[in-house]
Design a protein around this ligand. Sequence first.
Ligand code: ADP
Length: 426
Amino acid sequence: MGLLLGAIADDFTGATDLANTLVKGGMRTVQIIGVPEAGSAMPDADAIVVALKSRTAPVADAVAESLAALAWLQKAGVRQVIFKVCSTFDSTDAGNIGPVADALLSALGAPFAPVCPAFPTNGRTVYQGHLFVGAALLNESGMENHPLTPMKDANLVRVMGRQSGGTVGLVPFVTVEAGADATRRAFMGLRERGTRYGIVDAVSDQHLMALGEAAANLPLLVGGSGIAMGLPANFRRDGSLAHGAGADDLPLPAGHAAVVAGSCSRATLAQIGLARDAVPTLELDPLAEPDAAALAARALAWAESRLGAAPIVIAASAMPEKVAALQGKLGRDAAGMLVEHALANIAEGLVARGVRRLVIAGGETSGAVVQRLGVTRLRIGAEIDPGVPWTLAEGQGTPLLLALKSGNFGGRDFFLKAFAMLEPAS
Ligand code: ADP
């Protein structure tokens, strides 16, 4: 029925988070990595999320990339646009949220956008315009010490005001609590007074649903993934979105199964520990062999006779002492690069040997592997654990299922659960 919703996300995992929310709402969603090339084929989907790396880029670059993504989405015919930012509103007084939002509004010829990073399920709520992380105000949550985007003010009306060329108002709790009609009237009131942004209070999913319904006819929304929760229902209400069953269906390519892990987060280490007892598991020792090509050759030789329908696990992941030892030997950046390079080689080798179901553990590791495999489009499938869906790499030669898990996500049984989900129910 044609494309309905387009999103521009300021980072990769944020894009997947939003895409996952849309799929759960019944919209078939494709994530595109980087600004799509002009003239590239349009995916068959209800929603497209363009994943940029613009959160901490220079302002002018973030604006230019976001506008290029918008131009592509407009050409694709989207009816509404989300600018997806972090649920902790990661930015500085220079940007990039304000300047990018200003540029998108201007390009869309729109005077007003609601702004709301709330994600109550993860403890991010907005009350009287103040962003909370759990029980703490944003500026007392640890985010005030973030190395790149220290958040020293929890009042989003002020934060957005400093970043934007326009004025910023508040749609307070009492209004959102009263429901979608009251919220819509508040949007109209702000717009008539010439206010460019309305920070919207939301402390529950019900508030996000009211926000979404009230925003049905607005060209742009700015927020975290929660801001999308109420949008699929709008399209369903006006008849442009079919009932959502099957939005997460993916074709199931036949082939071998594998996990490649580079995350040293506690959750990933526990997941490897559990998998070790159940499936063939190889733990690499980059300290003993600090050579990416040699590590990859050893891993692929080990994998050769073990590949099959049951997964194998290849991990560089190590406890903090071991990581510190490698960093001490090579330097922090070189240590990370060495391991990422080795794991990208291994992933590439596994795919060449017939792996078609691949779980990658680690945010940076996922980035390195996706880049090496030349993956630019991911169709989003069913959620394995909160925030981590199966995806289908589209557009290249061999169809490949990928699950990209940021380090701390997923329960202990994540690796086994991911592959078990793909088996036909017996
Ligand atoms: P997470 O999502 O848990 O932060 P990432 O993949 O983003 O995981 O980051 C983990 C980093 O640690 C990567 O750069 C990876 O190459 C590096 N790494 C993995 N194993 C080791 C190791 N044994 N020694 C040193 N660095 C490692």
